[in-house]
Design a protein around this ligand. Structure first.
Ligand SMILES: Nc1ncnc2c1ncn2[C@@H]1O[C@H](COP(=O)(O)OP(=O)(O)OP(=O)(O)O)[C@@H](O)[C@H]1O
Length: 247
């Protein structure tokens, strides 16, 4: 069997007495589109934070393409091809869109503490940033400042920042939150256009868009995997209805 893009085994995270992820295991194949759903407080974001290394689990293991990354620092996971967007936007509002993407790229590079060298001779970074803006429909907006953009444009920018890193595994945390129905459709078309060499794991509450996107769905509840399977298996499972739809 080929190595999974991401394999999580027995992941447990406690905050004091509260167990936020409880013995969570899942296997996500290369190229898969996986949706993670569950009620508020189910532990979805905490799971993402452990995958990225923002939080250390109390026990369990995370492998990316066969390599144990559980103890790696976030930047080393990023260097191996992990990227994420955040539920809360993390942009520099007074900078231009193009500069925001370039800044996100600099996080990857060794020379990030030497800005003069970068500015003198890094047209490659600006080209990469421009391509990524193009990819999310913001190709003509690179010179605008983030402060002048709409919320929907910022969410696209955030996606451009993640895509600019040429990720192998992309984590999207509620990428449609706060968007109008038209913006949701536009952004979900962008997801559909992301090539299959990128594995995508999405947390999302908007079921219409998320179900159209997902091939496999994992339902979390009180930190545990309750249901997992294909879209139709999960939707028809009575436990999903009970937990997630409150029926
Ligand atoms: N740093 C922390 N310290 C203590 N408790 C925390 C911490 N981070 C999260 N929690 C708790 O862990 C639980 C799970 O939170 P988490 O944000 O992972 O849930 P979620 O499924 O992403 O929810 P939502 O859909 O509301 O974003 C919640 O009860 C939350 O209050």
């Amino acid at each position: 069997m080929n190595a999974a893009a991401l394999e999580i085994s027995g992941l447990t995270k406690r905050f004091g007495g509260l167990v936020v992820t409880r013995d969570v295991s899942m296997r996500i194949a290369p190229g898969e589109r996986r949706l993670i759903i569950g009620p508020n407080g189910a532990g979805k974001t905490t799971l993402f934070n452990q995958i990225t290394g923002d939080l250390q689990p109390n026990s369990g293991c995370i492998r990316m393409f066969g390599e144990d990354i559980t103890k790696l620092k976030t930047r080393h996971r990023v260097a191996r091809g992990l990227a994420r967007t955040y539920q809360i936007l993390t942009l520099f509002p007074q900078e231009t869109l193009l500069h925001n993407v370039v800044l996100s790229l600099l996080g990857l590079r060794l020379e990030r503490w030497d800005p003069w060298r970068i500015l003198a001779n890094r047209s490659d970074l600006f080209d990469l940033a421009q391509d990524s803006l193009q990819q999310v429909g913001l190709g003509a907006s690179g010179r605008r400042r983030v402060a002048e953009t709409s919320y929907g444009e910022r969410r696209r920018l955030e996606l451009a920042m993640a895509l600019a890193q040429k990720p192998k595994v992309l984590l999207l945390d509620e990428p449609l939150a706060g968007l109008s129905p038209e913006e949701r459709n536009g952004v979900s078309e962008l997801f559909a256009a992301i090539p299959r060499d990128v594995t995508i794991i999405m947390i999302e509450h908007d079921m219409d868009v998320a179900l159209a996107f997902a091939e496999q769905i994992t339902v979390l509840h009180f930190g545990q995997v309750i249901v997992e399977g294909t879209r139709s298996e999960v939707v028809s499972d009575p436990r999903t209805r009970e937990i997630y739809l409150g029926e």
